[in-house]
Design a protein around this ligand. Structure first.
Ligand SMILES: [Zn+2]
Length: 253
């Protein structure tokens, strides 16, 4: 079998390998599509935690103030009892004055307390909204996960089929050429191990001439390599991109 025939035998293999390549790439890239949904869930979570922490610190402050109000009440009661038991008028007046100062302090603290309780209420509403946000984000994520999992399943099934076909096809290819082809394929990131060589007519000031070019890397192929390719006796790889070259003589570019 001449080498060009051997290389031509690789063409259907390359076609099917390209399908394998695209299917694998698609399977690999699918989970990346979950990134945004994951991001939204984690943002919603941290927003909710933030509001919960704010509510907690407000409640803590409210508790402190409630305690202080209670202490004020006790002091007021004590001062009033002392005043009622006072023997002298100035002592009585002094105790009442002190009691009224504590009352003023109490009402100032209570006012602040009401403000805090109002804030707790408002933040509580925000807390419910943020819970809803989180639930929504989690629902979207779950939906996306199930979509991607079913899509991945379909693609994997297809990949299995294509791989089986590929293996059947590969068994019919000349082993040496196949080994070379597989080595080149593994090294290529675009899934292409075979490149056609095209003929170009170039017109320059010095005259017209013909140039051969590897379509894999767009670099010129030497006429020596082209001659070997045209003779069809050897398998030639591109000196620049290492792809297995296949010459197309019939069409000019
Ligand atoms: Zn090349």
């Amino acid at each position: 079998m001449a080498s060009n025939q051997k290389v031509e035998g690789l063409v259907p293999l390359q076609e099917i390998d390209l399908s394998v390549y695209h299917l694998s790439a698609r399977i690999e890239e699918l989970p990346v599509q979950l990134h945004d949904a994951h991001e939204k869930v984690s943002r919603a979570k941290s927003n909710l935690e933030e509001i919960k922490a704010e509510i907690m610190s407000l409640k803590l402050e409210a508790g402190k103030r409630e305690l202080t109000v209670k202490e004020c009440d006790e002091r007021i009661t004590k001062l009033q009892t002392q005043a009622n038991q006072a023997k002298k008028n100035d002592e009585y007046q002094g105790l009442l004055k002190e009691a009224s100062a504590v009352k003023a302090e109490r009402s100032r603290i209570e006012e602040g307390l009401l403000d805090i309780l109002y804030q707790v209420d408002e933040k509580g509403k925000l807390d419910s909204l943020r819970k809803e946000d989180l639930e929504e984000a989690e629902t979207v994520l779950k939906k996306e996960e199930s979509r991607i999992s079913s899509e991945t399943g379909d693609l994997e099934k297809k990949l299995e089929e294509v791989t089986a076909k590929r293996d059947a096809l590969a068994s019919g290819v000349d082993p040496d050429v196949k080994n070379l082809y597989e080595r080149v394929l593994q090294a290529k990131e675009d899934g292409l191990a075979i490149a056609t060589v095209s003929k170009y007519r170039v017109i320059e000031a010095s005259g017209k001439y013909i140039q051969w070019q590897c379509e894999g890397c767009s670099v010129e192929v030497t006429s020596q390599d082209v001659n070997l390719l045209l003779m069809g006796k050897e398998v030639i790889t591109c000196r620049t991109c290492s792809r297995i070259l296949l010459v197309k003589v019939e069409e000019d570019k």
